[in-house]
Ligand binder design. Structure first.
Ligand code: NAI
Length: 228
C-alpha cells in the first residue's frame, strides 16, 4: 500500500465498508466472501474485490476476507486508529447536535471544546463539553493539541474564523457553513451539505416517479391500441 495512490472514489466507499464490517464483527462473523459482502452491501462482488485489492488484497481464495483484519486495516487507512482532537465553532442547533452525538468518540474523534460568540451560550455545558468564547480560541487549540475543527457558524463568519483556525495550527476543517473556504495546501476541508444530499434524493425520487409515469402511459397506450 505504501506510496500507492488510492483513488478518491475508493476512499469515499471505505467508510461504508468499515461500517458493514463493524456490524459483522459485532454479530460474531469472522470471515466473509466478496459474494456475501456484495449481497449485504448491494455492491457488485467485483467492485468489492477491486476496491479491497487496492490494499494488497486482504482476501484469500476459498477463505474470503478475515473481517477483523479487514476492519482494522480499513480503520488504519482512514486514520481512525488514531485519536483526533476536535473543536466545534458555533454552539447553535447544529453544533450542539454534533456535540451530543457520543458515537464520534468511539471512532477516535474527541470533542475537546465548543466555541461561540453568543454570551447566553458561553459557559453552558453540553454533554460535559463547555462552550467558550472565541477570545481564547488560539490558546485552547495549542494547549489541547487540536488538529480538527467543525464549523457550524453562518457562512458570512466562516472565512474569518477559518483563517484564525489555520493560523492557530488547525489542519482539518469539517465545514458545514455554506461557503467554499480558501485554505493553504497543508490544510484539508471536508464540506458537508445536507441540503445537497436532500436535493440528490429529490432528483432520484422525481426521476423514479417520472419513469413510472412514463411506463404507465406507454402501457395504457399499448392496451388502447390492442383494444382497437
Ligand atoms: P444557529 O443559529 O443555531 O447556530 C449558529 C451559532 O453560531 C450561533 O450560536 C451563533 O452565535 C454562532 N456564531 C455566529 N458567529 C460566530 C463566530 N464568529 N464565532 C463563533 N460562533 C459564532 O444555526 P444552526 O442551525 O446551528 O446552523 C449553523 C450553520 O450551519 C448555518 O450557517 C447553517 O446554514 C449551517 N447548516 C448547514 C447544514 C449542512 O448540512 N451543511 C445543515 C444545517 C445548518
Amino acid at each position: 500500500m505504501e506510496g500507492r495512490e488510492i483513488s478518491k472514489a475508493v476512499i469515499t466507499r471505505l467508510p461504508r465498508y468499515y461500517r458493514y464490517l463493524g456490524e459483522l464483527l459485532e454479530s460474531g462473523v469472522e470471515r466473509i466472501s466478496s459474494n456475501e459482502l456484495s449481497a449485504r452491501m448491494h455492491v457488485t462482488a467485483s467492485q468489492i474485490r477491486q476496491d479491497l485489492n487496492n490494499f494488497g488484497g486482504f482476501g484469500q481464495q476459498g477463505y474470503g476476507y478475515n473481517v477483523k483484519y479487514l476492519y482494522t486495516e480499513i480503520g488504519k487507512i482512514l486514520g481512525i486508529d488514531r485519536q483526533h482532537n476536535l473543536i466545534i465553532i458555533g454552539a447553535g442547533n447544529l453544533g450542539q447536535a454534533i456535540a451530543n452525538y457520543a458515537n464520534f468518540e468511539k471512532r477516535g474523534f474527541i470533542i475537546k471544546g465548543m466555541f461561540d460568540i453568543n454570551p447566553r451560550l458561553i459557559g453552558l455545558v453540553v454533554r460535559g463539553i463547555e462552550i467558550r468564547g472565541v477570545d481564547d480560541l488560539e490558546q485552547f487549540i495549542m494547549d489541547n493539541d487540536v488538529q480538527m475543527a467543525a464549523l457550524t457558524i453562518p457562512k458570512t463568519k466562516a472565512p474569518e474564523i477559518a483563517d484564525r483556525l489555520v493560523s492557530a495550527g488547525i489542519k482539518a476543517i469539517w465545514n458545514f457553513a455554506h461557503v467554499d473556504l480558501t485554505v493553504p495546501d497543508d490544510v484539508v476541508v471536508e464540506n458537508v451539505h445536507l441540503s445537497e444530499s436532500l436535493m440528490r434524493l429529490s432528483y432520484r425520487v422525481c426521476s423514479m416517479q417520472d419513469r413510472i409515469e412514463e411506463e404507465k402511459t406507454k402501457a395504457s397506450a399499448k392496451s388502447a391500441k390492442q383494444a382497437k
